[in-house]
Design a protein around this ligand. Structure first.
Ligand code: PEP
Length: 247
């Protein structure tokens, strides 16, 4: 059976001192976790976090990756560069990137492709806005977002991780109910299964105000294979308790 994955997304938070304190507290409190654990940190701190995590079971992740291989793309970071810093995962298509950086489905698909080509596992984020949910378009939206990635990644699709993150639940304290989350995860699971005979190995994470109080119930759903955790990953006790709720 595949392991669950709990990935923290620090977003644009942290400092050299705060990162060190947080990681040291996490490592001190992490017994042998029943799941995989990763931290997606701001790019400027990848080197620091690589050192801090070097002897641990926590994997390192970035929050983005360039859709290009190399060259005149000022400000971009390639998957090969990420690999040099021991990065295993890259978030792609986080809703904040789609919203503030106007990343299209096609760009997200290219980023996933480039990550895979460079040996980095993309955590492909999909999710509907509140307006889209209220218009009854949730399934259409997430299926469209995932279809772009499936289309451009072909048989490599079984190597990705997917994160369902309803946009209205991110950083708002409004979590999707377990039924709402499970329903969308089942749709994504069916879509992935139809795309590849190896799709069963793909982890589908839930993200959106996951916290110590709601994690166990969400993670008990049949198609929820882990969590992408924003705010609560910045508090060691909360993140540890989410990890501990995986059985
Ligand atoms: C996220 O940033 O991916 C996220 C899920 O944030 P939060 O847990 O704070 O809602």
């Amino acid at each position: 059976m595949k392991k669950k994955l709990i990935a923290g997304n620090w977003k644009m938070n942290g400092s050299l001192a705060a990162n060190e304190a947080l990681i040291k507290t996490l490592l001190a409190g992490l017994q042998t976790p029943a799941c995989q654990v990763a931290l997606c940190v701001p790019a400027i701190y990848l080197a620091q976090c690589q050192t801090l995590l070097s002897a641990s079971s926590i994997d390192l992740g970035s929050q983005d990756v360039s859709e290009h291989e190399l060259g005149a793309f000022t400000g971009e970071i390639s998957s090969a560069m990420l690999r040099e810093f021991g990065v295993r995962y890259a978030l792609v298509g986080h809703s904040e990137r789609r919203q503030y950086h106007l990343e299209s489905d096609a760009a997200v698909a290219l980023k996933a492709q480039r990550a895979l080509a460079g040996g980095v596992t993309p955590i492909v984020c999909v999710g509907e806005t509140l307006a889209e949910r209220e218009a009854g378009r949730t399934e259409d939206v997430v299926r469209r977002q995932l279809a772009a990635v499936i289309h451009s990644n072909g048989h490599c699709i079984s190597e990705i991780v997917v994160a369902y993150e309803p946009v209205w639940a991110i950083g708002t304290g409004k979590t999707a109910t377990t039924d709402q989350a499970q329903q969308v995860h089942a749709v994504l699971r069916a879509q992935l299964n139809a795309a590849s005979p190896l799709a069963d190995r793909i982890q589908i994470l839930y993200g959106g105000s996951m916290n110590a109080a709601n994690a166990a119930q969400l993670l008990a759903q049949p198609d929820i294979d882990g969590g992408l955790v924003g705010g609560a990953s910045l508090k060691a006790a909360d993140f540890l308790s989410i990890i501990a709720s995986v059985h």
